[in-house]
Design a protein around this ligand. Sequence first.
Ligand SMILES: C[S@@+](CC[C@H](N)C(=O)[O-])C[C@H]1O[C@@H](n2cnc3c(N)ncnc32)[C@H](O)[C@@H]1O
Length: 368
Amino acid sequence: MRMYRSKPEKRSEQRRPKLSERAQDPWRCEADVVEGLEAIAADELRRRLGQDASLQPSPRPGVVPFDYSGPLVALLQLKTIQSVYLVLRFAVPRPRALLGDQHFRNLLACIAAVRSLHPPGAFRTLYVSAAGSESAVMTRLKEELARHTGLEIARDEGDLMLRVRRPFERGEGWEVLVRLSPRPLATRAWRVCNLEGALNATVAHAMILLAKPRPQEIVLNPACGSGTLLVERLAASAAGRLIGCDTSPHALACARANVSAAGSSDRIELYPWDARALPLPERSVDVLYSDLPFGQLVGSHRENIQLYPLILQEAARVARQAAPFVVITQEVRLLETLLAEQQVWALEGVLRVSLGSAYPRIFILRRR
Ligand SMILES: C[S@@+](CC[C@H](N)C(=O)[O-])C[C@H]1O[C@@H](n2cnc3c(N)ncnc32)[C@H](O)[C@@H]1O
């Protein structure tokens, strides 16, 4: 029995695969993405990984499978993807067989390849997610993994995350997925201040890409909260100016901490401005992004009825002709109604995303 590989290759039964060899063989990979962002994530995979990645048909929403033959470390740079897993397929009838010597060695080799991408000590705990994860077999699997890796078994989230499951297409065998990073890629190192209602960074990055960032442009982020869109904008490309504003001192303090942790304090400007009355000249901004209050954790529907039209109007005043304005909100009906009542913003597209319990939409507007 051997680990899944796209191009089968003869290898000695006893020899443990080395990372250098692995890097040249296609790995079967799976990207977890926010539902609704699959096409944007697939574009990012193609753009960043080029011919090293061969995208496979998606078996279900939120999953982008691909075969990958480049260095694994490059996958840690992906910005629109929640987590990347390496997928090992074993032609075994039951998970118990994963404990067999060769299968288990293959699994350990994969885990070693993942751990080698990170500094020593980055992984302290392990977690195995599986149907029947408390069964005798799964308990034994966890114990053996803990014994061989020196990691502690976690009750919930672990640094080393494994999933054991049947293949999606209901083929023979079992799959073990090994997450490539001790935290999801969506958990950004720069986020030192967690503001309630902050935007998922992969969604923010997708919004940034939707406006096709250009290096010299002047960017405005009204209602910037903790600065997610601003930091992600700078991660995508340089900008002429990056301006964020928020009326909440707490949100601005949070944004300052995050921007500083991102090492971008000298490139991102933060102001306590009201997005309904900006001290900026008419037609001075090239692109706008906003995560407007959803009216649940932040603000209320009643306040939004007053707030949204004024923000749209003020954004239209400062936007240059043809400037994109990418907006995310859960106040879908309110925004649709307001857009239908005005002429300045043309609606170019809408994307529905699923964030667990929330289903906001991303609206792509353009200044007429
Ligand atoms: C959904 S939160 C933004 C969260 C942000 N994207 C993040 O990741 O932290 C909306 C923000 O709008 C701000 N806000 C509400 N009314 C505003 C106004 N009139 N002008 C500027 N900001 C406003 C709130 O203080 C809040 O921080």
